[in-house]
Design a binder for this molecule. Structure first.
Ligand SMILES: C[S@@+](CC[C@H](N)C(=O)[O-])C[C@H]1O[C@@H](n2cnc3c(N)ncnc32)[C@H](O)[C@@H]1O
Length: 452
């Protein structure tokens, strides 16, 4: 350790929303990378802001009983599993508390019951999708995940305990292939080179595996050789896709896509129904727990045969298709064209006839003529982390449905939206957190708002 660095002794009192440890130095709050509540640590201040410090824990003087050995060799550097060193039951308790804090502090709502968080069916190897990145450093390169807190730095991944167990082998194989065949890797700061992302999606109930390779513009060199060698090494691969993205922004979504092997999609099952997953469409990343989340939502919503339902932010149509046989009619709305195509196919292969899908922004759909002469008494919203767009929320209030089932992957934006819905006259008796993302600080929840 550099002896010139000034270290401060801090008692950790809480965990912040982003998983950081919270303590105080002379009355001013410090958010630390490393440390658990109940621990005393020696830390370094890395940033002095007006109202708080940021810092890094350098040594733990007194350990918490909640601490366990993180089972992954990449734990210290990986930006993924912030809480792999915290017992699972304590992770759940903090998530529960953070939902309560968000509702009370951000939403300024009192009297909302926070039901007990539902643990994940699987705590390891639960993720069905991983996005690994390439980066070049002078004459060498890496393929793996982002280093903790870094946009550009990628470490070479060998193992991952929340993704599928073959991921480590596949990533190592791909790294070797690129090196042996001298294929240039993209430099994310200079913006040149070829290999950008390596995405793996693997189903739980059907054993299908999609490899999606995203590069800069240009055909994949000797693609037949890649397909033949990769499928020989991993016969469980069912489809390989090559996507091209020449944009500077570091997004793995391709502008041009070519299927190199197999059908170009995989299919997962939820409650016995089949769902097509394409390279760029959203699908819940924890397949087994997705059933628990949806069942929790439906149990809270209690749909009935006369209900006419809007499934907003519907992705590949999973929620609408699963609820369709309990209601009279469903309309799904989704922005991503690929997902809408998959949603229509999903409805067809599952023989669901009382559902239709619209491609577009939710806020535009809610203002559209389609709703002029039709009424929908139930709305399901499952927005991305940003929550409801303010215009969409206003239109939703105007629609004034009897019930809104709000599924959220971000309690902070949920609390912000909940406050607005309650101000507009809706009632929110209960929120139920569901753990979809063990060992990470991400939190999912289901709730129903009732017309007041
Ligand atoms: C959290 S996912 C939910 C998907 C689906 N309900 C499910 O459970 O699989 C959010 C979805 O909203 C879509 N989306 C994001 N912004 C949107 C918008 N403004 N209008 C419509 N859809 C949007 C995304 O493409 C994504 O498919």
């Amino acid at each position: 350790m550099d002896t010139k660095i000034k270290l401060h002794e801090v008692e950790i009192t809480d965990l912040a929303f982003d998983g950081k440890a919270v303590g105080h130095i002379d009355g001013k709050v410090i958010f630390l990378k490393g440390g658990l509540p109940g621990e005393t640590v020696l830390c370094e201040i890395t940033r002095d802001k007006r109202r708080y410090y940021n810092g890094i824990t350098r040594e733990i003087i007194k350990k918490s009983e909640k601490r366990i050995d993180a089972l992954c060799k990449h734990f210290e550097e990986c930006g993924g599993c912030t809480w792999l060193d915290l017992k699972y039951e304590d992770q759940l308790a903090y998530k529960q508390k953070q939902v309560k804090d968000c509702i009370e502090r951000i939403g300024a709502l009192s009297g909302v019951e926070i039901a007990e968080i539902v643990p994940s069916v699987e705590q390891l190897h639960y993720r069905n999708k991983m996005e690994y990145s390439f980066n070049r450093y002078d004459d060498t390169f890496t393929l793996g995940l982002h280093k903790r807190g870094s946009f550009h730095d990628i470490f070479n991944l060998d193992e991952c305990h929340i993704s599928q167990s073959t991921d480590g082998d596949l990533v190592r194989w791909m790294r070797d292939y690129i090196e042996k065949n001298d294929i240039p890797v993209y430099d994310v700061t200079e913006h040149h080179g070829y290999m950008r992302f390596f995405m793996l999606r693997q189903t739980k109930q059907t054993d299908q595996l999609m490899v999606n390779i995203v590069t800069n513009y240009g055909d994949f060199p000797e693609k037949e050789k890649l397909v033949s060698e990769m499928t020989q090494a991993f016969p469980q691969i069912t489809t390989i896709i090559h996507g091209q993205n020449g944009q500077k922004s570091n997004i793995a979504v391709a502008e041009v896509e070519e299927t190199l092997y197999g059908p170009g999609f995989i299919e997962e099952k939820l409650f016995g129904k089949r769902f097509r997953i394409t390279a760029n469409s959203f699908f819940q990343t924890n397949s087994l727990q997705a059933e628990v989340l949806y069942a929790t939502g439906f149990e809270m919503l209690k749909p009935s045969a006369d209900d006419r339902l809007l499934d907003l932010y519907c992705g590949t149509g999973t929620i609408g298709i699963l609820v369709a046989d309990k209601v009279s009619e469903v309309v799904g709305v989704e922005l991503v064209s690929d997902a809408v195509i998959a949603a229509k196919i999903n409805a067809e292969v599952n023989n669901v006839a009382n559902i239709q899908f619209f491609e577009g922004f939710v806020k535009e759909f809610l203002k559209s003529d389609f709703l002029k002469d039709k009424s929908y008494n139930i709305v399901i919203v499952d927005p991305p982390r940003a929550g409801l767009n303010p215009k969409a929320l206003k239109e939703l209030v105007k629609l004034n449905p009897e019930k809104i089932l709000y599924i959220s992957c971000n309690p902070a934006t949920f609390a912000r939206d909940a406050q607005k819905l309650v101000e507009a006259g809706f009632l929110l008796p209960k929120v139920k957190p569901v753990d979809m993302f063990p060992h990470t600080m991400h939190i999912e929840l289901a709730s129903v708002f009732y017309r007041g």
